[in-house]
Design a protein around this ligand. Structure first.
Ligand code: NIG
Ligand code: FE
Length: 424
């Protein structure tokens, strides 16, 4: 298949973009791309590729933008139920961490998730995957973390593997057994930390070898935060995870600065995420490392908070910045990377070009898949989007509606156009 006549073909070629280099789109105007067997085999100008591939079936992009599919490197996709009642409480002034300390928040989703069957979990999560895909996400990270006990965490993993199998949207799976201290360990957080370290992680290792031997190993993540896991507990869990061969992630500085970002850099984690209250020293440590700073602007927006990730400081220091939705039932029930881009432009002061690079090639690096996805380059997986618009700067500028017209995943074309479909 030869897709030609893209007004702007955003290749994003050249690998992850550090510091001030963020936003290098490497645009081909009147661009084209040739896809064979799910892979990109040629990228260039429309006239050039039409004469080089005269026999190739053609598709006209109609002078619209083509770019790599979005990679969403931080989601809590799999849960049961909702927390509309808590949204009402939060909007009337009750702080998020207070709701959690009273057994609500993450813990109310844990209650609903523990009692949900595998089938229910899959059925409730499927529409979220569909919505992400329709908004242009072709690969998403997905965390467990609403089980907080071995049996339920494994059920969540099973559900994620099933969804990964059935859906064109590809998942990069993360084990987040250390998402909160479960109610039964309320007075013994160290006891739960030891349980994760000494029981859950070795169990995970064995389970993965039998259930998903052909997939890359899952990431292991920890919510390093006041009222969740301390810096020392996070170190304990992540060190053990690293020695079992798991790649690492951390939730750091969402509400308080505990030093999680420096820990991530020290341990060689793939990413440190949230980073709202991050200190200058932590930003320097991150910038010297290959750990990607994943900003989640839908979260402060979802909580109606004032502070966002200090992107300017991270980029001046030479750090790697990516964007994600953080899709979850408590702080950010949003499936659209386009919304994350729009908020990142306004509240983190990114240009549309910077936001696009943070949501594609750098996001791919945050899940350590930048070798195969995140840009339009020969040899990479054919994951791309055809937008409904002619100028890439419409991304970020417009929000709240979907600018994606077609999603191409591993060379297969999915139409997500809306129109009037009247029922008889
Ligand atoms: O990334 N911070 C921890 N986890 C989620 C919130 C999860 C929830 O409230 O259910 C987050 O914001
Ligand atoms: Fe999160």
């Amino acid at each position: 298949m030869l897709i030609h006549s893209a007004s702007q073909l955003l290749t994003l070629k050249g690998g992850p973009q550090r510091g001030k280099a963020l936003g290098t789109l490497n645009i081909i105007s009147d661009g084209a791309v040739v896809i064979q067997d799910g892979k990109i085999v040629a990228v260039g100008g429309s006239e050039e590729l039409k004469s080089a591939y005269p026999q190739e079936p053609r598709m006209d992009a109609g002078q619209r933008v083509i770019l790599p599919g979005f990679v969403d490197p931080h989601t809590h996709l799999i849960w049961a139920g909702d927390r509309a009642n808590e949204f009402e409480l939060k909007m009337s002034g009750v702080p998020y961490l207070d709701i959690l300390a009273q057994g609500g928040g993450i813990l109310s989703t844990v209650k609903a998730t523990r009692t949900a069957s595998l089938e229910t979990l899959i059925a409730q999560t499927r529409p979220r995957l569909f919505s992400m895909f329709a908004h242009g996400t072709t690969t998403a990270e997905a965390k467990t973390g609403y089980g907080l006990q071995t049996a339920t965490e494994l059920r969540l993993l099973k559900a994620l593997l099933a969804l990964n199998d059935e859906s064109p949207l590809e998942l990069a799976i993360t084990f987040l057994g250390a998402h909160a201290i479960p109610a039964e360990y309320k007075d013994n957080p160290q006891g739960y930390t030891d349980e994760v370290t000494n029981t859950m992680l070795p169990t995970l290792k064995e389970w993965w070898q039998t259930h998903a031997p052909n997939l890359p190993p899952p990431f292991v993540d920890v919510f390093c935060e006041t009222k969740a896991f301390t810096l020392e507990q996070s170190r304990q869990i992540l060190t053990q995870a690293g020695s079992l061969g798991f790649p690492l992630k951390i939730h750091a500085d969402e509400f308080d600065n505990l030093g999680g970002a420096s820990l991530a850099a020290e341990l060689g984690a793939a990413s440190a995420d949230h980073l709202v209250k991050t200190s200058d020293a932590d930003i320097q440590a991150l910038a010297k490392s290959d750990t990607v700073a994943v900003a989640l602007p839908c979260t402060p927006f979802g909580l109606a908070e004032r502070d966002y990730t200090p992107a300017g400081k991270i980029l001046s220091a030479g750090g790697l910045l990516a964007l994600a939705t953080d899709c979850n039932p408590g702080t950010s029930w949003n499936e659209s990377m386009q919304m994350a881009l729009a908020l990142a432009c306004r509240y983190m002061k990114l240009t549309p070009a910077q936001a696009i690079a943070a949501a594609t090639i750098n996001a791919a690096h945050a899940i350590r898949r930048a070798e195969t996805i995140g840009s339009i380059e020969v040899g990479k997986q054919a994951d791309l989007l055809i937008l409904a618009v002619e100028d890439y700067r419409q991304l970020g500028y417009r929000y709240g509606s979907n600018l994606v017209k077609k999603v191409i995943k591993r060379g297969r074309i999915y139409s997500v156009d809306t129109g009037y479909h009247q029922h008889a």
